[in-house]
Design a binder for this molecule. Structure first.
Ligand code: DGT
Ligand code: CA
Ligand code: CA
Length: 580
């Protein structure tokens, strides 16, 4: 049983207990376990076998027992019994935003609705509006939520959503007097995939902004258009919501719609203990009923006694607690990056020359750039032979003499063969500044085989970096079966860097892996794997992953200045070269 399936069971249990009006502490314990399991890089099944479940944060004795029962029998008696107390399909209904426990019960007991399809049919058939207290408007709203939920099932990669959003933002800024226009939601938190886009802004007069928004050329369909908010579907079936408020309320609006939902739930809990209640409109004193407005998020968090929490870590983990103790890390920023170890040129399958790549890197303010074309062994597109590598080293040496303010590192992305050996000889590899090892074949191998193969490569002292460790392609290729925990341990033992590949279709390591690797003290490098000059800009996606993994600049090797880098790369070659 997969972690995500186990998390879903506990989420259901929390929902059903809430419906029953159970003790909030008990409910929260399940919610905490869900968050923790969702972020766990190790399979619970494995931990259960090793009797290590209790080491997972948020998993106490009772929950550990339930996990063991789930992974050994595939079922949980407690859950089955709990479900039997409620009509069928109730937890599906609860998943629809806007449907609370009461409505869910009414829909189920009075209309016999068991699924989202049946719910939609009931609304369209006018049955839901007639239901006790509900009314036409609420029914319509639920219908919108159902449709949004459907659309959201097809989450799109961040790298596809971001350019679309930037175009919309630019368009609205140009055509209207909107201020503070920024994306909130999962996009602002830099999640790897996006369900829908949430845009926030302020204006003296919202109307013209809303009107311009709903008539943008990208808009395919207008779902809702109100005084201060609108929802549209843009090309690519992506729902986009826009909300406009007055300038002095922007802080609370942005905070609320940035989420995540779990972060907001945790924050509300803290606020309640302070006698405060939170909403998108501001912070209300429970005693006086007075609502304070906040123009900035910083002021909003400050009112709760907290520093501004970076959006990327607002996921309902320990961020609020850490912020409260003043121990939030200063997360790595794009401006901290001083080089990129992994790019391709027209010597293999890249689009641009070494010199063009170097000048583009220099324009970004980098101090160094690793030229790491493919090795030729396995017939990878125009991979380099031994002779070509030597020839390229010569060219790089000449370029380094000619170019100012950017150091090129001679490198290779060497293929890891099925048996874990590398497809270029050690004598050559040891002459290179940066050796990146990567798997490009045999993706279907068993976990044991694949893990062994990667570890074997890391054990080669010439290898500096393991590239895109899970080999996944977002929405295209599943990650390979590999024991990440073992890879992390091997990386620390062999002093090999792991790559956070910043290519939007890869993002590999992904956020939770970066989190775990950092915890274990693995050295990380954020590389773009750029195959053209404009792809060097992918760096920001990798920085987003690192930030979601709570990484600081010191956790990322390529934040180091060129001189520090020489200490990190475990070869003599680079040191000698820089001295000479
Ligand atoms: P997505 O769209 O699935 O990629 O993920 P988000 O996080 O963008 O979620 P979305 O668009 O449904 O809602 C945007 C934010 O609004 C969410 O992150 C937090 C806030 N929000 C939405 N629903 C609730 C809720 O029921 N309770 C609380 N506290 N916040 C909510
Ligand atoms: Ca969203
Ligand atoms: Ca939304």
């Amino acid at each position: 049983m997969k972690n995500s399936e186990i998390a879903k069971v506990f989420q259901d249990i929390a929902d059903l207990l809430e419906l029953k009006g159970e003790n909030p502490f008990k409910i929260r314990a399940y919610q905490r376990a869900v968050r923790s399991i969702e972020h766990l890089p190790v399979e619970l099944e494995k931990l259960a076998k090793e009797d290590k479940l209790r080491e997972v944060p948020g998993v106490g004795e009772a929950i550990a027992k339930k996990i063991t029962e789930l992974v050994t029998t595939g079922k949980l008696e407690f859950y089955e019994k709990l479900k039997a107390e409620f009509p069928e399909g109730i937890s599906t209904l609860l998943d629809v935003p806007g449907i609370g426990p009461k409505t869910a019960m009414a829909l189920s007991s009075e209309l016999g609705v068991k699924s989202v399809d049946e719910l939609e049919a009931a609304i369209v058939g006018g049955k839901v509006a007639g239901l006790y207290r509900l009314g036409d408007k609420t029914a319509k709203n639920i219908l919108h939520q159902v449709q949004a939920l459907r659309r959201k099932d097809q989450r799109i990669p961040l790298g596809e959503a971001l350019p679309i959003v930037e175009e919309i933002v630019a368009g609205l800024k140009e055509k209207t007097k909107v201020k503070n226009l920024v994306p909130a939601g999962s996009l602002r938190r830099f999640r790897e995939t996006i369900g829908d886009i949430d845009l926030m802004g302020t204006a003296d007069d919202a109307r013209p902004v809303i009107d311009t928004f709903t008539t943008l050329p990208q808009v395919k369909e207008v779902l809702v258009s109100g005084m201060t908010k609108a929802s549209v579907v843009i090309s690519g079936e992506l729902q986009t919501d826009l909300r406009i408020v007055e300038h002095d309320c922007f802080g609370s609006l942005l905070q609320y719609f940035t989420g995540s939902k779990q972060h907001n739930i945790n924050l509300r809990e803290r606020a309640r203990r302070q006698g405060l209640s939170l909403s998108e409109y501001g912070i209300t004193s429970l005693k006086s009923g007075q609502t304070e407005k906040f123009a900035t998020e910083t002021a909003f968090y400050q009112r709760l006694g907290l520093p501004l929490i970076p959006p990327e870590i607002r996921e309902g983990g320990e961020e609020i607690e850490r912020a409260g103790h003043g121990t939030l890390p200063r997360l790595v920023e794009l401006g901290d990056i001083r080089g990129d170890f992994h790019v391709h040129t027209d010597w293999s399958d890249g689009h641009d020359s070494i010199e063009a790549m170097a000048l583009a890197a220099k324009a970004l303010g980098y101090q160094y750039l690793g030229i790491t074309d493919h090795s030729g062994g396995r017939g990878i597109a125009h991979g380099l032979s031994v002779e070509r590598v030597i020839e390229q080293m010569r060219e790089i040496k000449q370029l380094n003499e000619r170019l100012d303010d950017i150091r090129l590192l001679s490198g290779i992305e060497v293929d890891i063969r099925a048996d874990g050996s590398l497809d270029l000889p050690d004598e050559l590899l040891q002459e290179l500044d940066v050796v990146i090892a990567a798997v490009h074949s045999g993706f279907g191998e068993s976990q044991q085989q694949m893990t062994g193969r990667m570890i074997a490569a890391m054990e080669n002292p010439n290898v500096d970096i393991l590239a895109h460790p899970t080999c996944r392609l977002l929405a295209e290729r599943e990650p390979v079966a590999v024991d990440m925990e073992a890879v992390f341990q091997a990386a620390t033992r062999t002093d090999t860097m792991l790559e956070i590949n910043a290519m939007p279709s890869r993002l590999d390591l992904k956020d939770i892996h970066a989190y775990r690797a950092r915890e274990l003290g693995v050295k990380l490098a954020i590389n773009t794997d750029a195959h053209a000059t404009n792809q060097l800009r992918f760096m920001r996606f990798g920085v987003g992953v690192a930030r979601r993994g709570w990484c600081q600049a010191r956790d990322i090797v390529n934040t180091g200045a060129v001189k520090e880098i020489t200490r990190q790369l475990n070869q003599g070659a680079i040191t000698q070269w820089i001295k000479s």
